[in-house]
Design a protein around this ligand. Structure first.
Ligand code: ZN
Length: 126
């Protein structure tokens, strides 16, 4: 049996693809402003630390936002790729226990993430 040392799924996936996936999830048709829902937005460069995180500015309300604004991913201590993998494993019908093991999370964190993902990536009541 071939023994693979230090191989973790987290290290095999691409940050850029994760951000693309978030855009597809939250904006299936067109990018809209999370504050006023206008489609009249312009790109405003990338985040300083997350190079694939796109920033935007709304032409209507002049507020700025980025790919993660107003999503369950913002302000969370888990990197985006862990969330996206969690989503992927949910699609494979893995149990919360299996997901926590694959992603090296504690069981409560995994459970919380799964239940947040089930209710949608865009935050409600804002
Ligand atoms: Zn706006």
């Amino acid at each position: 049996m071939l023994k693979v040392v230090g191989l973790e799924i987290k290290n095999l996936i691409d940050d850029e693809e994760c951000y693309k996936q978030v855009r597809r999830l939250r904006w299936p048709n067109k990018i809209t402003c999370p504050h006023c829902e206008s489609e009249n937005i312009i790109k405003r460069g990338k985040d300083d630390t997350e190079v694939f995180r796109q920033r935007y500015e709304c032409h209507c309300c002049h507020k700025r936002f980025d790919d993660l604004t107003n999503t369950i991913f913002s302000g969370h201590h888990q990197p985006l790729k862990v969330w996206i993998l969690c989503l992927y494993f949910m699609g494979l019908n893995l149990s919360n226990r299996q997901i926590s093991k694959e992603l090296d999370l504690n069981k409560d964190d995994a459970q919380r993430m799964v239940s947040q993902l089930r209710s949608g990536v865009v935050k409600k009541n804002q």
